[in-house]
Write a protein that binds this ligand. Structure first.
Ligand code: IDC
Length: 626
């Protein structure tokens, strides 16, 4: 039977050999084909090499493809639990994927340190083996001129202690990963610089805040970050994927329908939620690729195949669930929400206080992501234990937990967000009258939580530092007053504070609105957070008077559209000019004097924003290059 299948698939491979795969690239955070079309890679991960009988010749890859997969992940375990790293198996697998015309991920399967104290998954422990491995694989890929191979540098770096992803990853694991990337990325850059590179995140690929809180040096490569999910017992992490999607390119390089042990039955409800997030219901509107654990006949619920193998159609429940997902093909659906009670108006001149109870309409997954539709205990990890609609009458059909900052005297305070779990986000429709970068403050308590917060405008990062750069895209809320941060205390002590970045403590941060008009402002909680009373966006009085209005100082911008990438700009005071592309990346910056200036920025065709900053303020205008 297997032979017949092999013959048929070889014939098919021959017939379709003209179907060469397109290379992959990133457009903003979105994985796309070379021609710029968003693509979702879907399929299975292999088990370790000791189960390679399920993934050792071309018929195995053909069987995956036959079920609708366009990608396979090769889990190259490299330590004593199995037969060790098997480079030849990996190379053969790469060849077979090429023949079948599907993409593949080469995964250096960091799991734990078997030689050390048996607990920590520090990728640096085996860095010289990893370097040899990636040198050999990238050389092979280059020699064969392949463009279908993605590299996953380290499966699941971890400290092997259950708990909050931020706290535990903070001290150790992200530093390990950064050091490791500094060793491995140059090897990839040398031999296969156009490949997609997948970088693991702390706490078994769940602490996805680090890449945008404290970014690595990506060395100009196309880097995406891994997230892992086990439906049986890890639903409390799903919001992290949903929220991080607005900030970084993500790839679910491993997920199972089982619990994280690989066993304990399957949880299709939780799996459905992951599929919805991957298919576009996430803050960033990102289409997220995934690989399911596992393509094997291991005797555990996560395995796709039962004894007897796929050619006798002996699929497991997990296998059948994945086959059903694959059969659906592209099945995308994005968040939709609308203003609760008209847009909240920020005139750009006066300080603006966001009314937190007036989040958008549209419900969970659309207007917000709130983990606990019903109460869920999730000890020992701090997460959202609040009841939906904490107070009767306040949006009680929704799950966002709204309370008062002053319970004894509600009039004297704000309606606040509370019981905030990691990965939750809330959207507000806000009408911005003057574009620009604005300072802000938050009304916070004396908290005990980790309090990492981020902001989006229209699903993209909105945080810039005082130099206008988007490097650190998450901040830490500061305690109010001098209160204690002991557990259970300080929740009722509120005050205005300015969030700071723990990795750039002296920098000031601002919220950027590129254009006037209605926008969706997203407030994003990347860790558990004790409470948010209000957000104050500080107005710029300069925006109010005609004399100081920098908008009026831009006499004109022409031609728009520009034909050749150059642009004339006319201002009546000295100013700094920065041009951003549609992804928010600065592509030009310089100083101009009052009067007319021709900017020769040699811009490629596309849509851009030019920001003009002078001592009087800031203004942003949109233009197009043909
Ligand atoms: C598990 C396998 C199991 C094997 C074990 C070896 O399912 O058969 O005995 O590895 O350590 C991961 C890992 C992945 C695990 C999987 C399930 O990346 O190697 O596979 N899992 O426990 N992370 C979370 C879950």
């Amino acid at each position: 039977m297997k032979k017949l299948f092999t013959l048929v698939s070889l014939l098919m491979a021959f017939a379709f050999s003209a179907n060469a795969l397109e290379g992959l690239k990133l457009v903003g955070n979105q994985l796309c084909t070379e021609s710029g079309k968003p693509i979702q890679l879907r399929g299975w991960s292999t088990h370790g090499a000791w189960f390679k009988w399920c993934a050792d010749d071309e018929s195995d890859i053909a069987a995956m493809k036959n079920e609708g997969a366009n990608m396979a992940r090769i889990a190259n375990y490299f330590e004593s639990v199995d037969t060790g790293s098997d480079e030849n198996w990996v190379k053969g697998f790469i060849d077979n994927c090429a023949k079948q015309g599907i993409y593949c991920i080469v995964d250096w399967h960091v799991l734990r340190n078997y030689d050390g104290d048996g607990s920590k998954g520090n990728p640096m422990d085996k860095v010289s083996d990893a370097k040899n491995f990636f040198r050999s694989i990238t050389s092979y890929v280059r020699e064969k001129n392949y463009n279908h191979v993605l590299y996953e540098l380290c499966n699941e770096p971890n400290y092997n202690i259950e708990g909050d992803p931020y706290e535990l990853g903070k001290e150790y694991v992200w530093k390990w990963i950064k050091d490791y990337c500094n060793e491995i990325l140059p090897i990839i850059k040398d031999k296969d610089p156009n490949a997609i590179v997948l970088v693991g995140t702390p706490q078994w690929d769940q602490a996805v805040v680090f890449p945008f809180l404290d970014p690595i040096d990506e060395m100009g490569l196309k880097v995406m970050y891994s997230f892992h999910y086990y439906a049986g017992d890890q639903e409390r992490y799903l919001g992290l994927l949903s929220s991080a999607s607005a900030f970084i390119p993500l790839f679910v390089t491993e997920w199972g329908l089982s619990s994280h042990t690989g066993g304990n039955g399957i949880s299709t409800k939780s799996a459905d939620k992951l599929m919805a997030v991957c298919n576009g219901k996430n803050l960033g509107g990102q289409i997220i690729s995934w690989a399911n654990w596992s393509w094997s006949a291991q005797d555990e619920s996560s395995a796709a195949i039962r004894n007897g193998g796929y050619d006798s159609k002996n699929w497991s429940e997990s296998g059948n669930y994945i086959r059903e997902q694959l059969r659906k093909g592209d099945n995308f659906s994005f968040c939709e929400s609308s203003a609760y009670d008209g847009a909240q108006v920020f005139d750009g001149v006066n300080d603006f206080y966001l009314e937190l109870d007036k989040f958008d309409k549209g419900g969970n997954y659309n207007a917000y992501y709130d983990f606990d539709e019903s109460w869920v205990a999730c000890s020992p990890i701090p997460c959202n234990s609040g009841a939906a609609g904490m107070y009767d009458g306040i949006r009680s059909d929704d799950y966002v937990d709204v309370g008062y900052t002053n319970e004894n005297n509600p009039e004297d305070g704000y309606l606040s967000l509370g019981y905030i779990g990691q990965g939750e986000w809330v959207k507000y429709t806000i009408d911005v009258k003057h574009p620009g970068d604005y300072e802000f403050e938050t009304y916070t308590t004396n908290h005990i939580d980790y309090n990492i917060i981020a902001f989006t405008v229209d699903g993209k990062n909105a945080l810039v530092d005082e130099d206008g750069n988007e490097i650190h895209r998450a901040l830490e809320l500061q305690t109010s007053g001098s209160g204690t941060s002991e557990e259970g205390k300080g929740y009722d002590q509120w005050g205005w504070t300015t969030p700071v970045c723990p990795y750039a403590k002296n920098k000031k941060f601002r919220l950027r609105f590129n254009e006037a008009g209605e926008h969706k402002l997203g407030i994003v909680f990347m860790t558990s957070t004790s409470g948010l009373g209000s957000l104050k966006i500080i107005g710029d009085p300069g925006n109010g008077s005609d004399v100081n209005d920098v908008n009026n100082q831009v006499v004109s911008l022409w031609p728009n559209p520009s034909e050749d990438g150059s642009l004339n700009i006319s201002v009546n005071c000295d100013a700094d000019v920065t041009i951003f592309n549609i992804q928010g990346v600065a592509v030009y910056s310089g100083k101009i004097a009052a009067g007319e200036t021709k900017l020769d920025a040699s811009l490629a065709s596309g849509v851009y924003y030019v920001t003009v900053k002078s001592e009087n303020g800031i203004s942003t205008k949109k233009f197009t290059v043909k």
